[in-house]
Design a binder for this molecule. Structure first.
Ligand SMILES: Cc1cc2nc3c(=O)[nH]c(=O)nc-3n(C[C@H](O)[C@H](O)[C@H](O)COP(=O)(O)O)c2cc1C
Length: 370
């Protein structure tokens, strides 16, 4: 693989008071390498440290409480062990010159009693329309319990304590996951939110939960330490927003004045009118995750060309997932115009162990074939 990365990618940037040496962000990626109690493993420290040259690393989806756990062996950030495990990761990455945010993800209906030990909770009792991975294999999803007002308040409080824990664990900030069909996205979308209280129905009501989570976390740790991830129009995990072009401008406008660290836009396309609208409504840093095609191999340049188009189209930072997964030294490879490792063995993405995780070679270690 060769690449055509843009020189603008190598210009320094800043998020609040956090200086970034380049504009390449490692996108959050679930890799299921934590211990079964959610404690980050030493192997995770190795994996992230290998990728410390990223302008910013956004660490994988991490659950703020037990009921929010999506899949097996994903990390948590709600016990002392979790904090200690993450502190080892952030310390190693900092020693290697890197910076990390932590993505906070509550799965909502994307969860299973065999994964979390609890019945999943969601805005409405509507099951995920597809099987979910559990330790004993794929199983039908269960109907989640409808969240009461007390559940909503508890969940917001859990996001707040998770964010405080993340700062205690050495993260520069947190990313609130309001994308890809998980709990916050389930509140945004019409097909998963059929509530008749003040959290359902109108656009103003369906954005309320994301807004309240973000505001509470901002109050706790400060706006410049809080980012938000959105995926307008993305139908993963059975999501159908119904009114994508209304809900996102409303959400982004509601968050626009809060001075957040960034907005992170999944599958961004600079030619798309909604992307342009969101860009014009968002006064702060916009991280764009280019739409490189999903379920198909990465383009040969690993997203370099798409990154250039998005920077020209108004994005401030570019996040890449799979190219970082396969290339620990992605920044150096882009800078040198060097060939990229392709992702190998896609089935190794979500299983434990070092294979397909910490064994991708750097340029210095091994020549790649292309
Ligand atoms: C193995 C893997 C795990 C992922 N896990 C997460 C996650 O935990 N949180 C999230 O918001 N997105 C997750 N994603 C989506 C990525 O952040 C990114 O949006 C997606 O891979 C598209 O970017 P890319 O084309 O550069 O890979 C994951 C993607 C991959 C490949």
């Amino acid at each position: 693989m060769t690449n055509t990365a843009a020189p603008a990618l190598f210009q320094p940037a800043a998020i609040g008071s956090l200086a970034l040496p380049n504009r390449l962000v490692m996108a959050p990626m679930t890799r299921n390498r934590a211990a079964s109690d959610g404690t980050p493993s030493p192997l995770m420290a190795t994996y992230y440290t290998q990728r410390a040259s990223a302008g910013l690393i956004i660490a994988e989806a991490t659950t703020p409480n037990r009921v929010g756990q999506t899949y097996a062996d994903i990390p948590g950030i709600y016990t002392e062990q979790h904090i200690a495990g993450w502190r080892a990761v952030t310390g190693a990455v900092a020693a290697a010159g890197g910076r990390m945010f932590l993505q906070l993800q509550h799965g909502g209906r994307v969860g299973h009693p065999d994964n979390s030990g609890l019945s999943p909770i969601a805005p409405s009792p509507i099951a995920l329309p597809e099987p979910i991975h559990t330790p004993s294999g794929a199983q039908d999803a269960v109907v989640p319990l409808e969240m009461s007002t007390a559940d909503i308040e508890t969940t917001i409080a859990d996001f707040v304590s998770a964010a405080r824990n993340a700062i205690a664990a050495g993260f520069a900030g947190v990313e609130i996951h309001s994308a890809n069909g998980y709990l916050l996205h389930q509140f945004l979308a019409q097909n998963t939110n059929q509530r008749t209280d003040s959290y359902g129905g109108s656009v103003a009501n369906r954005i309320r939960f994301t807004r309240e989570v973000v505001e509470a976390v901002v109050d706790a740790i400060g706006a410049e330490r809080v980012g938000v991830r959105i995926s307008p129009g993305v139908s993963v995990n059975g999501i159908d927003e119904g009114d994508t072009d209304d809900i996102y401008p409303a959400l982004v406008s509601a968050l626009a004045e809060s001075g957040l660290a960034y907005l992170h836009y999944v599958f961004a396309d600079p030619d798309q009118p909604l992307f342009q609208r969101i860009r014009s409504l968002w006064p702060g840093t916009l991280i764009a995750n280019p739409n490189l095609g999903w379920g198909v191999p990465l383009p040969e340049d690993g997203g370099g060309q798409a990154a250039r188009r998005l920077l020209a189209g108004g994005a401030d930072l570019i996040s890449l997932g799979r190219s970082f997964l396969a290339n620990p030294d992605l920044v150096e490879r882009f800078r040198a115009g060097a060939p990229l490792n392709p992702v190998r063995d896609a089935h190794l993405m979500y299983v434990g162990g070092a294979e397909g995780y910490t064994d991708y070679p750097t340029l210095a270690m091994a020549p790649t074939t292309h």
